[in-house]
Design a protein around this ligand. Structure first.
Ligand code: PMP
Length: 355
């Protein structure tokens, strides 16, 4: 029986995508070949790559606006350094909202001066700092839109004249926004977009080519753009499954429809966290992420009982990250509302039993 999968990433993808993706392993496009055994230069795969890149721009509303989409490797973690390699000449400004921002900062420091404009480390990253100033002489400002581990999300992005760079790994394609505010967006595929192994980078071309250092080819966005994301062998299967997932998002009504689905799921769960006498939310209410809901038991006395109950309810992946403890329910695009209902019912039952 299919589990209710709350895994934080890699995570649930649409069931239709799993079906089609598994078929392509046996016989891709009725070619008599598996997608795993064809050349990445074959017409069939080149069209997958092109469609994936086009769909990404289309869904974000960034077609014909000077942006290029790339599917690279090395995860979002590679982008921590690639961003700095390509954009940091003298100084960069970073907002520190959690583990991933901290790691991005560490890498960028290797390339120049770093101004940490604000941090929520003082409260173990359970909120998003506000009212900070972004220095106008920095080469760019970097932030993390959704903090996967702590369950916080930036709702209002700052206005700034310098290039805006954002790690959207855990909430890309989940909510509507004016994406043209951003000059560079990156996201590891393995949440809302596809399997692990590829990373989407959407970059406004005119911010590139401004640093004086030499950039190794594999680290250079311009090289990847020049080769249409095929400078070397791409992560063929991960790009293919991402393309199927992007098609699914479009067919369901695009980001707008995803946002509505996600809002309904988040309301159902957060309402229960707030109502249920056994639990308390971790993240500051106004900064709560619809993607990753973090919550704790008020007392650990009945922890074993609750853990047994959710496992028996066929729920997977509810344990919180070790740096927060408690529970984390990741509710990415593909998670159905019914799965959230099962979790909420389990929480209610637990309260009746142990409260
Ligand atoms: N940024 C965020 C917001 C993430 O959630 C993650 C992974 N969970 C990363 C970066 C790192 O991604 P990767 O493992 O693809 O390098």
């Amino acid at each position: 029986m299919k589990k209710h999968n709350y895994s934080a990433g890699p995570c649930i993808l649409p069931q239709e995508v799993f079906q089609e993706a598994s078929q392509a392993i046996l016989n891709f496009n009725d070619s008599g070949l598996s997608i795993l055994e064809i050349s990445h230069r074959s017409a069939d795969f080149v069209s997958v790559m092109e469609e994936a890149r086009e769909l990404a721009l289309e869904l974000l509303g960034l077609q014909n606006k000077g942006y290029k989409a790339l599917f690279l490797q090395g995860g979002a973690s590679m982008q921590f350094l690639m961003v700095a390699y390509n954009l940091l000449e003298k100084k960069a400004a970073y907002l520190n909202t959690g583990t991933w921002s901290t790691k991005a900062i560490k890498e960028a420091k290797l390339f120049g001066e770093l101004d940490e404009v604000a941090s929520s480390k003082d409260k173990n990253f359970n909120y998003i700092p506000k009212g900070y100033k972004i220095p106008s002489d920095a080469d760019y400002f970097h932030c993390t839109s959704n903090n996967t581990i702590f369950g916080t999300q930036i709702k209002d992005f700052p206005e700034t004249d310098i290039p805006l760079v954002c790690d959207m790994s855990s909430d890309i394609f989940s909510r509507e926004m004016d994406f043209s505010k951003f000059d560079l967006i990156y996201a590891g595929a393995q949440k809302n977009m596809g399997p692990a192994g590829t990373t989407l980078v959407v970059v406004k071309e005119d911010i590139l080519g401004k640093v004086s250092r030499q950039i190794p080819s594999m680290m250079d966005y311009k090289v990847h753009i020049g080769k249409d994301s095929m400078f070397n062998t791409p992560a063929v299967y991960a790009v293919y499954v991402s393309m199927l997932t992007l098609r699914w998002i479009k067919a369901k009504g695009g980001i707008k429809a995803m946002e509505e689905r996600n809002a309904a799921k988040a309301k159902l769960l957060y309402d229960e966290i707030d109502r249920n006498s056994m639990f308390e939310g971790y993240a500051a209410v106004e900064d709560r992420s619809p993607m990753n809901a973090t919550f704790n038991l008020k007392s650990d006395t009945h922890k074993e009982t609750f853990d047994k109950m959710w496992k028996e309810a066929n729920i997977n992946g509810l344990n919180g990250h070790r740096s927060v403890g408690g529970y984390r329910a990741s509710m990415y695009n593909a998670l159905p509302l019914e799965s959230v209902q099962v979790l909420v019912d389990t929480m209610k039952e637990f309260e009746k039993k142990s409260g």
